[in-house]
Write a protein of this length. Sequence first.
Length: 156
Amino acid sequence: MVKKPTWSQKLNDNKGLPKVEKITEAMSKRWGTGILVIPAPIEVDEIMRKVPEGRVTAINEIRAALAKKHNATIACPMTTGIFTWIAAHAAEERKQQGENNITPYWCTLKTGGFLNEKYLGGAEAQKRLLEREGHTVMQKGEKYAVQNYEQVLVQM
């Protein structure tokens, strides 16, 4: 029986990433022209760790930082989003093991300041963690967003 890797193992398994490549013609319809970086999971986690308490970042800020780091036009939206999810799970895994210095994944928002319902416990859990840091979270339709998130947004 093969043992399933832990979230921390997934976070630290770079699988040959980062990978920087020219945007192909097929991809250009969606992302334009230039250079694409597919980041390593640990790179995403490292950026998420830089968010100080009481502040937030957004997935697009992380993508911009990754693109800048690799002299690319854009960072892959799909893998960057997946790796924020892995970082969140790895942080919770470490928290359950008694670690205190975990990645503040709850401070990484979706575009427009919206909470990420795919994090552990869904948007409700992220809402509680953000409110603990002093943020006001409001409901917008069926989703939640940090009120005036632009004022506490960290540009990476």
